[in-house]
Design a protein around this ligand. Structure first.
Ligand code: GTP
Ligand code: MG
Length: 654
């Protein structure tokens, strides 16, 4: 049976929606747990979930009065109760808009909003939040009779005067019908209730189906909520015509004013030509009857500017009877199954497409935003890692090398220093020897010896010999000192070269130094002595001995002067020789120390660099995992969404 199909389809839809809800909820929870959601996307997903949870499938039945809306609802949804659930009778029956739904937290009931609330502020939506405003009648599900008796209140009316009816916005005193009604006793029958809510545990209602039954006549026009909210938010609108009345002026008015404008391409809209049983003329053949029905369908469709395929001819009354009596033939004849099938096929995929669309938009927004955020985060982390790794890649070897090199250099330099110190000892010995030979003490001794020798000598030959010996001695010392100086210089040159080669010290060329000028000076002095001796002292008598001694003393003091000069110069040369080396060695030691310190610092930094890279890489893994998770969650949502095989393409456009 087709109603089973509607139930099945609707159940399928509900399961789809529930699965979607769970997956979108997983996305929101995950974003929250990962601290990735901003307020805006959080709010959007929250709203999305709210919509999914409160998701309803709203089907509205709209028509002029007495077209059989209530009867059709009974036939489609409540035939299991084997009688009319909603009141349906000739003339105006349903007096107020009636919503049928199910909220499990509330007991089955009929709740009615008194008509006088029309003078109060607030829409029906506002009053829905105010339980006290409603008059509640429980529904006894075990008794169909009791239930339909209770539901008879939907037809309640009250008589009020014209002013009250006008105050409620229900009448236009200038209207011809109103004038006719008022003419009788000055009062007018108006609906007792403004709105009705039926909480009823029907399987379809349980899954979120909401049926809106509307009263005919001007009810739609007098209740702005219907025009502005309920009809536009309905996912399917069934507009009823009746075969017995044909398409009247007021039918067209309702259609044009309230249904045609609010129907978008994504909404289902079915036109029902009811009461076709009136055409079941027993004197006509079924073919003739079918032709008659087809003719009415065509003319109705033409009047509503619709394709004939969108008009479903049915007999709601006979369908209800057929279902109650399990009369399959009658049910087929009622043509209700075709309508039900159309309703099922249009309503649910349409609704699913709508929900799918809004869910996809909301999810995509959050996923795209989060993916971008994570990708940026990942790229930034990657940049940092690349940078640090580049540093490490370069420095790691370099620093390692530098460490080794610095240590090697240090060790080598220390060995060099040992050599240097050993050399300094040799140097010191040599300098000592030099100083001894060249030193004033030595000279003074020579002078003393010469003086004594001269004193002993009473003859000029002896004097000359003593002086000659003095000069030879002094020159020998100078010669030996010069050799010593050359040796010292050679040794220091080699040392400088070695330190330059091995430790990169500046290649200092030790200053050249010789005692030649002092030897020349001594030679000149000896020559002066010789000349003087040959000319003056040669013939000296004993009395002239003192004169010779004084001459020697002056000569000796001159030699001492020369030697003092030579010694000063030698000392400063020695200083010049060793000082650069000492300075360089000291500086090199400092440099080595600094180098080691800085290499150690860099080395230590490389260790923190590793830590930092490890940290960043962990962060990257986290972000990668987040991206994977997000993609997985998104795929799960997409899988859930793709349950809708045809999308919204099926939607009929009119
Ligand atoms: N012959 C016939 N009568 C029907 C059919 N459907 C409904 N009726 C009768 O038409 C009358 C009006 O039916 P309702 O269901 O009350 O019509 P409605 O559209 O709900 O009318 P309001 O509630 O007044 O707006 C009732 O007497 C029904 O028995 C049908 O298919 N064939
Ligand atoms: Mg009705």
């Amino acid at each position: 049976m087709t109603p089973a199909t509607l139930v099945d389809e609707f159940e399928h839809y509900s399961a789809w929606r529930d699965a979607l809800y769970v997956r979108v909820e997983a996305l929101r929870d995950w974003l929250t747990s990962q601290e990735l959601g901003d307020n805006e996307s959080d709010l959007r997903l929250g709203q999305l979930l709210g919509r999914l949870q409160e998701d309803t499938l709203n089907v509205a039945f709209v028509a002029e009065f007495s077209r059989g809306k209530s009867e059709l609802i009974n036939a489609i949804f409540f035939s299991d109760y084997r009688q009319r659930v909603l009141p349906s009778s000739a003339g105006r029956t349903t007096m107020c808009p009636t919503e049928l739904y199910y909220t499990p937290t509330l007991r089955p009931s009929l709740r009615l909003l008194p008509i006088d609330t029309k003078t109060q502020d607030g829409s029906i939506g506002d009053f829905k939040h105010n339980a006290d405003a409603w008059t509640e009648f429980p529904l006894n599900l075990d008794s169909a009779d009791e239930m339909s008796a209770t539901l008879m209140r939907l037809a309640d009316t009250i008589d009020v005067d014209a002013a009250t009816a006008e105050a409620y916005g229900l009448i236009n005193p200038n209207d011809a019908e109103t004038a006719r009604n008022l003419a009788r006793d000055g009062s007018i029958a108006i609906p007792r209730w403004r709105h009705a809510l039926i909480n009823f545990p029907h399987p379809l209602l349980k899954q979120g189906l909401v049926i809106l039954d509307t009263p005919g006549l001007n009810a739609i026009g007098t209740e702005p909520e219907l025009t502005l909210n309920m009809l536009p938010s309905a996912h399917a609108v069934l507009f009823l015509l009746a075969a017995d009345t044909g398409v009247t002026k007021s039918d067209i008015e309702i259609w044009r004013q309230h249904i045609a404008p609010v129907q978008g391409a994504s909404r289902a809209r079915l036109v029902v030509l009811n009461k076709i049983d009136g055409l079941w003329d027993e004197l006509k053949t079924p073919a003739e009857i079918d032709a008659e029905i087809a003719k009415q369908v065509a003319s109705s469709a033409a009047l509503l500017d619709l394709p004939a395929s969108q008009v479903y001819p049915v007999s709601a009354q006979k369908a209800l009877v057929a279902k109650v009596r399990n009369d399959t033939a009658l049910l087929v004849k009622s043509r209700l199954p075709e309508l039900e099938e159309a309703l099922t096929q249009e309503l649910i995929p349409c609704k699913q497409a709508l929900v799918s669309e809004s869910t996809q938009a909301g999810v995509e927004d959050a996923v795209v935003k989060t993916t971008e955020l994570l990708e940026t985060r990942l790229a930034t982390l990657q940049d940092q890692v690349d940078e640090l790794q580049g540093l490490r890649g370069k420095n790691r070897d370099a620093i390692q090398h530098m460490m080794i090199k610095a240590n090697q250099d240090k060790q080598q330099f220390e060995r060099g220093l040992e050599q240097f110190n050993a050399l300094r000892n040799v140097f010191a010995v040599q300098v000592d020897a030099l100083r001894k030979r060249l030193g004033m003490d030595t000279l003074q001794r020579e002078v003393r010896q010469t003086r004594r020798a001269m004193e002993k000598s009473h003859f000029s030959v002896g004097l000359r010999e003593a002086m000659g010996h003095f000069f030879r001695q002094v020159d020998d010392n100078l010669k030996a000192s010069a050799t010593s100086i050359q040796e010292i210089r050679a040794m220091m040159t080699a040392m400088y070269q070695k330190f330059s080669d091995e430790h990169g010290l500046a290649a200092v060329n030790p200053p050249d130094y010789s005692l030649r000028k002092y030897r020349k000076e001594m030679a000149r002095l000896e020559q002066i002595f010789d000349e003087r001796f040959n000319t003056v002292f040669k013939m000296l008598t004993l009395g002239q001995h003192q004169l010779t001694s004084r001459f020697f003393e002056s000569l000796a003091s001159k030699v001492v002067q020369v030697f003092e000069l030579a010694n000063r110069e030698t000392e400063s040369w020695l200083k010049a020789l060793i000082t650069p080396m000492e300075t360089q060695v000291r500086e090199h030691k400092i440099q080595l120390k600094r180098r080691l310190e800085s290499v150690s610092r860099i080395h230590a930094a490389t260790e923190t660099l590793d830590d930092r890279i490890a940290e960043l890489e962990t962060a990257m893994e986290t972000v990668s995992d987040q991206l994977d998770n997000l993609a997985r969650i998104n795929t799960r949502i997409a899988d859930a969404l793709s349950d809708n095989p045809d999308g919204a393409e099926w939607v009929k456009t009119a």
